[in-house]
Design a protein. Structure first.
Length: 248
């Protein structure tokens, strides 16, 4: 079997037999990969601790017919240990990992930008000055942009009329002008500062995002989650578990 190396983020692990695990990886060059890590649940495993969720690792693998096999693992960034010790950050990391796995739907289809975005988000989550939910919402918004689902925030989602617009319609993909909202049900009217926050998170304007109020952060989180789950056509199991208390 051919051998290859790649860097990866560990998205998920599941038990296999008495001592092995199946690890779901988002790799830099190969995209999403599922691989067997043999013997990693034994206490004497050489690299079991390096293959925990959210770890950023350099791997050597054998390419198998159905599942690859991990033969070496070296830590690049030990995100997992830091995030596991902080519940709000852990729940946000779980939502990031689940979203990345869902968006990288096809195995072995390169997804470099998604990989880089996931690594950047997990790194930001380990920074004590970052508010975890802001990092999560920034990741979700940018992941939607990569998937071709960029929300319309500064223009009408239907006709493209420049805004700002006061109405927001999840099923239409964002803001609606006064004319287009008349034919839409389920329209909400978020605070203008909420839309400004969503724009800031999408564009990486962290000075604006960090200065936002908690009420606008909660409202933005609700809109972001609704948009993502609308596009995915089903909910994310991890999102209800996210701790929405504002912390720096």
């Amino acid at each position: 079997m051919p051998v290859y190396r790649d860097s990866a983020v560990v998205l998920r692990v599941t038990k296999l037999g008495e001592a092995d695990r199946i690890v779901t990886l988002l790799t830099r060059r190969t995209g999403k990969v599922r691989a067997v890590a043999k013997g990693v649940r034994r206490t004497r495993s050489k690299f079991g601790a390096r293959l925990e969720p959210f770890s950023h690792v350099d791997l050597q693998l054998y390419a198998g017919r159905n599942l690859d096999i991990v033969t070496q693992a070296e830590t690049l960034d030990p995100f997992g240990a830091t995030l596991a010790a902080d519940y709000p950050r852990y729940t946000c990391a779980t939502a990031i990992a689940e979203t990345a796995e869902r968006l990288a739907a096809e195995e072995r289809e390169p997804a470099l930008r998604l990989y880089l975005l996931a690594v950047s988000a997990l790194r930001a989550l380990t920074e004590p000055t970052r508010v975890p939910t802001l990092v999560l919402d920034a990741f979700l918004l940018r992941a939607m942009v990569l998937a071709g689902w960029a929300p319309a925030l500064r223009e009408c989602a239907r006709c493209g009329r420049p805004g700002p617009h006061g109405a927001f319609h999840v099923a239409s993909g964002g803001a609606l002008c006064a004319d287009c909202r008349l034919s839409s049900s389920g329209v909400v009217r978020p605070a203008p500062a909420t839309i400004d926050l969503m724009c800031a998170l999408t564009e990486g304007a962290w000075t604006v995002a960090d200065a936002s109020e908690s009420s606008h952060r909660r409202e933005a989180s609700g809109l972001v989650a609704a948009l993502l789950q609308w596009h995915l056509e089903r909910g994310l199991r991890s999102l209800p578990m996210v701790d929405r208390e504002v912390r720096a």
